[in-house]
Design a protein around this ligand. Structure first.
Ligand SMILES: Nc1ccc(C(=O)N[C@@H](CCC(=O)O)C(=O)O)cc1
Length: 480
């Protein structure tokens, strides 16, 4: 069993630095694959801690790895640090107010995610030294999770091939294992070309690419009734062909995100969406080409590792909040709708084991949930997609959520951005660091757990092996 006090004292000593790094990344709010400064901040801490750092990993300028120690086992932590566009927001307030209108913000807490995972790697590095434990601890600086699937690009180049396990977390509004599967997806754009013309004088000579986009979307909307319930297809018109209604739009582009529980199902849907695009082109006498942006795999859970993380959660004391933190959480609650809050607690109810549903009664009165929510091995609800899925196909992977935000805070909102800079969020980050470090040390101390986790992994994959959903030759796409 890990000496929890050792882990805690390492992290305690360095926590002011970690909080400062997270806060700087929050301020930078760099978008996918452009996280130059954020990546540098994290890698420089690891360099100072004696890790060997590789930059430009997999040809991505903001991806890096940092390793400490040698030989096996190789226990890794995954850290993200990208922000979301259009979510600029002032810190620690309870109303929407951007710092700079239209700029980016950390609406998914990745400033905490990357820094919290880094703190675990640092703690484990010192712990290994102190206890003379063999093996390698590695931190993966993973850019572009949002709409970029940076980890899938890294996986395509074999960057994760020698790891034994991967550990990560995600900031959230409760403490628990990440007890969900996630959806595999493809992100693909369809660029239609038509012919410009004067829309009043010679409309008969024009062929509208925008019409093609609209017809394609209508076609896909009819497809929805005839696809599996768990699938999701969304689109954004990223080029509507211009701002003049009196010019027939000669070009237009629509970006699709196609999701399903398995990549094979995504692929089948993708073929049907392509047929719809062909139909739209035929109807409008336009042409189109396809630009494959990225894809990611579904997340494979590992219960052997989850058991260790559950034990780690029990070793870490519950966070206590100040009156000020509680009243801030309450103030944010005022901006969260009844439906959002009800849905949030319904999700927790679904997650709880049948004989522990009563835990919900006390939680329902709270804004900041310090409780650890027990989970089961049953399939959780659909939470979207994550490129952690790709890593989970390569090696046994485990993740948790910790409470960083008030109950019911929806992801990708100004509420998440503003709370991301609050002291309660940093407490959640620290709790995650402690849980992840404790989990990792359990694996270093009992490598047979890794063998068991690998057996489970092999049996879950049932003979299949990882195939990167992103074809060779596709390069990462930036936010437009
Ligand atoms: N623990 C989480 C992991 C991922 C997400 C999330 O929102 N992911 C994006 C990723 C989309 C993508 O694959 O590009 C999504 O599902 O829309 C949310 C919580």
């Amino acid at each position: 069993m890990p000496e929890f006090e050792t882990i805690r004292s390492i992290i305690d000593r360095k926590q002011p630095l970690f909080d400062d790094i997270a806060h700087q990344i929050w301020n930078l709010a760099e978008l996918r694959f452009e996280e130059k400064e954020s990546s540098k901040l994290l890698s420089s801490v690891l360099e100072q801690e004696g890790f060997e750092v590789d930059y430009n990993v997999a040809g991505l300028s903001t991806a890096f790895t940092a390793s400490y120690g040698s030989g096996s086992p190789v226990v890794s932590f995954l850290g993200e640090f990208d922000a979301l566009s259009q979510l600029s927001q002032k810190p620690s307030i309870s109303y929407q107010d951007p710092v700079f209108e239209g700029e980016s913000g950390h609406g998914c807490g990745h400033h905490l995610l990357g820094t919290g995972a880094l703190a675990s790697a640092v703690a484990v590095r010192h712990y290994l030294d102190k206890h003379q434990l063999p093996g390698t601890v590695r931190f993966y600086g993973c850019p572009g999770e949002e709409g970029g699937s940076g980890k899938a690009f890294m996986a395509r180049e074999g960057v994760f091939d020698d790891i034994d396990t991967a550990i990560t977390w995600h900031p959230g509004s409760y403490n628990s294992l990440f007890a969900f599967e996630s959806l595999a997806n493809y992100q693909v754009s369809f660029r239609f070309k038509g012919k410009a013309s004067h829309a009043a004088a010679s409309p008969h000579l024009g062929r509208s690419a925008l019409d093609a986009v609209e017809l394609m979307n209508v076609g896909v909307n009819y497809l929805r009734e005839h696809m599996i319930d768990e699938a999701r297809v969304h689109y954004a018109i990223v080029n509507s062909g211009g701002l003049s209604p009196n010019v027939v739009q000669a070009e237009a582009e629509v970006l699709y995100l196609i999701r399903a529980p398995e990549l094979s199902q995504v692929n089948a849907l993708y073929k049907r969406v392509q047929d719809i695009a062909k139909g739209a082109a035929l109807m409008t006498e336009t042409t189109f080409d396809i630009h494959f942006e990225k894809g990611c795999s579904n997340y494979v859970r590992n219960h052997v590792l989850e058991e260790q993380m559950t034990a780690a959660f029990q070793a870490v004391p519950a966070v206590s909040y100040t009156d000020e933190e509680r009243s801030y959480a309450k103030a944010i609650q005022a901006s969260i709708t009844e439906e959002e809050r009800t849905g949030f607690f319904k999700d927790i109810e679904d997650m709880l084991p049948d004989d522990q549903k009563n835990l919900l009664d006390t939680m329902k009165n709270k804004d900041l949930l310090e409780d650890v929510i027990p989970t089961t091995t049953k399939k959780g609800k659909n939470i979207g997609s994550t490129d952690v899925g790709d890593v989970s196909w390569i090696a046994p992977t485990v993740q948790c959520f910790t409470t960083c935000f008030t109950a019911g805070t929806p992801f990708h909102t100004w509420q998440m951005v503003t709370q991301g800079a609050s002291t309660a969020a940093y407490k959640g980050m620290k709790q995650a660091s402690l849980v992840m470090a404790d989990t990792a040390i359990r694996l270093f101390e009992s490598p047979e757990l890794i063998s068991k986790a690998k057996e489970e992994h092999q049996s879950k994959l049932a003979g299949k092996s990882y195939i990167c959903p992103i074809p060779k030759g596709v390069s990462p796409s930036y936010v437009r």
